[in-house]
Design a protein around this ligand. Structure first.
Ligand code: GDP
Ligand code: MN
Length: 385
């Protein structure tokens, strides 16, 4: 689960990190009132769950309360990467001497928790990782042991030469790790961590992703869920009990069971395609779930083909077939559909699909290859078996 910057700032602050105070506003008048209260230049920041708000014009400095009102007016209602800004954070603007990056992530490759720091802060860290990876310094800690002060200092000295500043940054790193750990985060980062002209280290942006599997331990975090700031297909999927993760490819996948869904994505890749999503419709799938799945998949403009891969165990093939039929009666997707159907009530399922002009396949490989073909993707010949 993603949360907003202002919520992540509150969490960081509660762990003792140096985060300038701010207030959330939903109208330009409120923005002006908060700016008057602060009595200094403020920064007005769009609160949506995407990065790069600065570049998109969603972060603006205002010198006066009137100026703050103007900036509030500009940013509220703005569209940033498909999300409408409904809230802004108004905080005291800080003067910046330098910007760095610090972050903590669950690092699957390293099988641990990795702290990352970079003196190249303020910019898109993925870009830094891609183009100048040597500018990122990493340290993987054993989650059972945790992080020590000397490790934090080592990292801090990788981004700051000055002893006093590095000392402050080391403490911030320890607290960031503590906040990450305490909230079952999958990611906690500050970009930028800044040094002010009076040599103070401050966290002026905050990002936290919480591991959904840990949410049951944090009812207080569940309350931070902000549906306005979330990507709508994921909200829709959760409502229908579908496990859905959007990806960048063009073959929409609808599968029953997480293991089969993973295997399907692997096969799509193997035969030269690119999955548009992970979607597990779960065990006992009623037709309504399939309709919801089709709606979510076809809402993605990248999708060029839909692949159903159903292995009927508890899931009944006829339920899924009825779902596909109901979905096609509701709306006609502009992309071809390939279905692989086998297992419980296969015969009934096939008959239902035949009645709407779809001949289901039995072989998974055959279905995957047909779906990729129908998406118009050229298949490199050496991958064919
Ligand atoms: P993001 O673009 O979504 O990551 O939003 P950030 O909160 O990181 O803001 C983007 C950029 O705006 C930062 O890297 C800073 O350069 C600048 N910025 C944000 N807050 C302030 C501030 O209080 N003072 C100044 N001078 N610049 C700021
Ligand atoms: Mn940032």
């Amino acid at each position: 689960m993603k949360i907003n910057e202002y919520q992540a700032r509150d969490i960081f602050r509660s762990h003792g990190m140096p985060v300038p105070a701010g207030k959330v506003c939903t109208t330009a008048d409120e923005v002006k009132a908060v700016a008057m209260e602060i009595g200094k230049p403020v920064v007005v920041k769009a609160q949506v769950h995407v990065g790069g708000r600065g570049k998109a014009g969603g972060v603006k400095i205002a010198r006066t309360p009137e100026d703050a009102w103007e900036k509030g007016k500009e940013i509220l209602g703005m569209d940033i990467k498909g999300l409408t800004v409904k809230k802004v954070l108004v905080a005291e603007a800080v003067e910046i001497e330098s910007e760095a990056y610090i972050g903590v992530i669950v690092d699957r490759a390293a099988k641990g928790v990795t702290l990352m720091v970079s003196a190249a802060g303020g910019v898109d860290i993925e870009e830094v990782a891609r183009e100048t990876p040597e500018k990122i310094v990493k340290l993987t800690v054993d989650p059972l042991v945790g992080i020590n002060m000397f490790q934090a200092r080592q990292l801090a000295f990788a981004i700051y030469k000055d002893k006093k500043i590095a000392g402050q940054a080391a403490k911030v790193l320890l607290k960031l790790y503590e906040a990450f750990w305490a909230n079952d985060c999958s990611l906690a980062e500050v970009n930028p961590l800044v040094v002010t002209p009076d040599q103070k280290v401050l966290a002026i942006d905050a990002k936290i992703n919480i591991d959904d599997s840990g949410l049951y331990r944090h009812p207080e975090l569940e309350e931070l869920r902000d549906l306005d700031a979330e990507v709508s297909d994921e909200i829709e999927a959760r409502k229908f009990g579908l496990s859905f993760v959007k990806l960048d490819g063009n073959v929409g996948c609808c599968v029953n069971g997480a293991g089969l869904a993973m295997a399907t994505m692997d096969l799509v890749k193997k035969y030269g395609g690119d999955p548009a999503n992970f979607l597990d419709i779960g065990g006992s799938s009623n037709p309504q779930k399939v309709v919801a799945a089709m709606r979510i998949i076809t809402a993605d403009p990248n999708v060029r083909a839909i692949l159903f891969n159903i292995f009927g165990g508890i899931t009944r093939c006829d339920d899924v077939a009825n779902g596909i039929k109901a979905a096609l009666a509701e709306f006609k997707p502009a992309v071809p559909i390939t279905v692989r159907l086998t297992g419980t009530n296969e015969k009934e399922g096939r008959a239902i699909l035949e009645s709407i002009g779809i001949t289901a396949k039995t072989s998974m490989v055959e279905a995957v290859r047909a779906a990729i073909d129908s998406a118009g993707v050229t298949v490199p010949s050496e991958t064919l078996v």
